[in-house]
Structure formats: C-alpha cells, structure tokens
Design a protein around this ligand. Structure first.
Ligand code: HEC
Ligand code: HEC
Ligand code: HEC
Ligand code: HEC
Length: 154
C-alpha cells in the first residue's frame, strides 16, 4: 500500500500535465490551423490581401478610355483583353492613382502573334500569310495602316 501511493501521485501528475497541455494547445494553436491541412488557413487570405492583382480586365479601362472601350466592344476584338496588347493594369495605374504611360506596341509582330498563318491554329481562326496579305515589306506599323487595332474588321 505504501508503494501504491507513489504510483497514484505519478498518475495524477501525468494527468494534470496532460490536461494543462491540452488546454494550452487550445489557446496557442491558431483557429484556422488544420482546416484544410497542416497550415494556418487564414494566412492564405492575409497574403492575398496584401498583394495587388496585376491584371484587372477590360472593365477597369473604360472610365478613362471610353473611346477605345466602345470601339472594342462593338468590334471583332470584343473578346481580346486590352491588357493582352497594352500590358497589365497594375503597371499602368499605380495604387496611389498615379499613371505611368505605357509604351504602345505598334509593330506588326503584335498582330502576327495571333494572326500569322500557322498550321497548328484552328482552321476557322482568322489568319493571314503576312507576305501575301501585305503589299510591300512586312515591317513596322504596317498593319495599322489599314486596320484599327480596337476594331480591326474592314
Ligand atoms: C485612372 C485612369 C486610367 C485608367 C483606369 C486606365 N488608364 Fe490608360 N491612361 C491614362 C492616362 C492619364 C494616360 C496618359 C495619357 C497621355 O500620356 O497622354 C493613359 C495612357 C494609356 C495608353 C497610352 C496612350 C498613348 O498615347 O501612348 C494606353 C495604351 C492605355 N492608357 C491603356 C490602358 C488600358 C489598357 C487600361 C486598362 C487595363 C487603362 N489604360 C486604364 C489613364 C488611365
Ligand atoms: C489587339 C491589340 C489591342 C487591344 C485588344 C487593345 N488595344 Fe489599344 N492600341 C493598340 C495599338 C496597336 C494601338 C496604337 C494605335 C495607333 O497608333 O494607331 C493602341 C492605342 C491605344 C491607345 C492610345 C490611343 C492613341 O491614339 O494614342 C489607348 C488609350 C488604348 N489603345 C487603350 C485601349 C483600351 C482601353 C483597350 C481595351 C478596351 C485597348 N486599347 C485594346 C492595340 C490594342
Ligand atoms: C491576343 C490575340 C490577338 C491579337 C494580338 C490580335 N488579334 Fe485580331 N483577332 C483576335 C481574335 C480572337 C479575333 C476574333 C476571331 C473570331 O471572331 O473568330 C480577331 C479578329 C481580327 C480580325 C477580323 C477577322 C475577320 O474578318 O473576322 C482582324 C482583321 C484582326 N483581328 C486584325 C488584327 C490586327 C491588325 C491586330 C494587331 C493590331 C490584331 N488583330 C491583334 C485575336 C487577336
Ligand atoms: C493594305 C491594307 C491592309 C494591310 C496593310 C493589312 N491588312 Fe489585313 N486585311 C485587309 C483587308 C482589305 C482585309 C479583308 C477585309 C476584312 O476581313 O476585314 C483584311 C483581313 C485581315 C484579316 C482577316 C482574314 C480572314 O481570314 O478573315 C486578318 C487576320 C488581317 N487582315 C490581319 C492583318 C495583319 C496581321 C496585318 C499586318 C501584318 C494586316 N492585316 C495588314 C487589308 C489590310
């Protein structure tokens, strides 16, 4: 009996330590830990909130460039995003509202990227053999001489 008391004490001590550890864990482990895996899920939201998306979509350009926006919406390029040709919104309009004027790519290579005749392209997609399509040298802003980039169908 004398020896059993030691065992009871040790068992009690272990139970108290476990209870404290269990309670402490409840306070110390962040709420969203383990929600979707062994990491703190709230961190994903926090990281998203401190980053600014680079692209904003065509609607973001409308208020400042209504002419180009209207022309694009009415034409065949209605599904080609402004940012494909002009670069991301965030590089142009800064967070404080200031504007960095983007350099406009007027070269034929911009159009050729999508419209140069390539065997692998879907047959229905409008594409041209540049050298046959353009009378004269294929260089510089040659495409803009006939096509408006915001509404290119003639
Ligand atoms: C808050 C207003 C604002 C928004 C929004 C905005 N822009 Fe601009 N943009 C400007 C200003 C101001 C200029 C400078 C005009 C100048 O230099 O004469 C400019 C210039 C440009 C130019 C160059 C024009 C030139 O003459 O060289 C392009 C291209 C352009 N913006 C495209 C876009 C696109 C694409 C978007 C959407 C992704 C966009 N802008 C959104 C205000 C805006
Ligand atoms: C297919 C590529 C393409 C798309 C899509 C496109 N642009 Fe352009 N944009 C150009 C080119 C090329 C020029 C230069 C035109 C020129 O010099 O004749 C230009 C010129 C501009 C200019 C300057 C106008 C000027 O005369 O100085 C602005 C502003 C502009 N675009 C805004 C936009 C906005 C806003 C959108 C979307 C609503 C858009 N663009 C969509 C290719 C594009
Ligand atoms: C990011 C790809 C892309 C770029 C860059 C681009 N286009 Fe287009 N273009 C398209 C798409 C998509 C269509 C619509 C195709 C459809 O309706 O099937 C189109 C349609 C056209 C059409 C109408 C074809 C027809 O008769 O139906 C012409 C012309 C045209 N583009 C010329 C140009 C010119 C000129 C440039 C350069 C300033 C240019 N495109 C840049 C994607 C692009
Ligand atoms: C001399 C004027 C002229 C020049 C320069 C020109 N085009 Fe065209 N393009 C036309 C005409 C005209 C059409 C036929 C009418 C239409 O479909 O819009 C056409 C049609 C197209 C089409 C539609 C073809 C189809 O199968 O439906 C594309 C794509 C095109 N051009 C791209 C370009 C590109 C890219 C450049 C620059 C390398 C360019 N064009 C330069 C006059 C021109």
């Amino acid at each position: 009996m004398e020896h059993a008391r030691h065992v009871v004490r040790v068992v009690l001590l272990v139970m108290v330590v476990l209870a404290v550890a269990f309670l402490a864990r409840g306070f110390l482990v962040p709420r969203s830990y383990g929600m979707y895996g062994p990491y703190r899920y709230d961190n994903v939201r926090e990281q998203m909130n401190v980053r600014r998306p680079a692209h904003a979509g065509p609607a973001a350009c409308e208020q400042c460039h209504p002419d180009e926006a209207t022309a694009r919406k009415a034409g065949v390029h209605r599904n080609v995003s402004c940012e494909v040709c002009h670069g991301p919104f965030a590089a142009h309009v800064k967070e404080d509202g200031s504007v960095v004027t983007p350099t406009v790519d007027r070269s034929y290579t911009l159009c050729a990227r999508c419209h140069r005749k390539v065997d692998g392209r879907p047959a229905g997609f409008p594409q041209v053999v540049l050298e046959e399509h353009v009378s004269g040298p294929v260089e510089g802003k040659v495409c803009l001489g006939c096509h408006n980039p915001h509404s290119p169908k003639l």
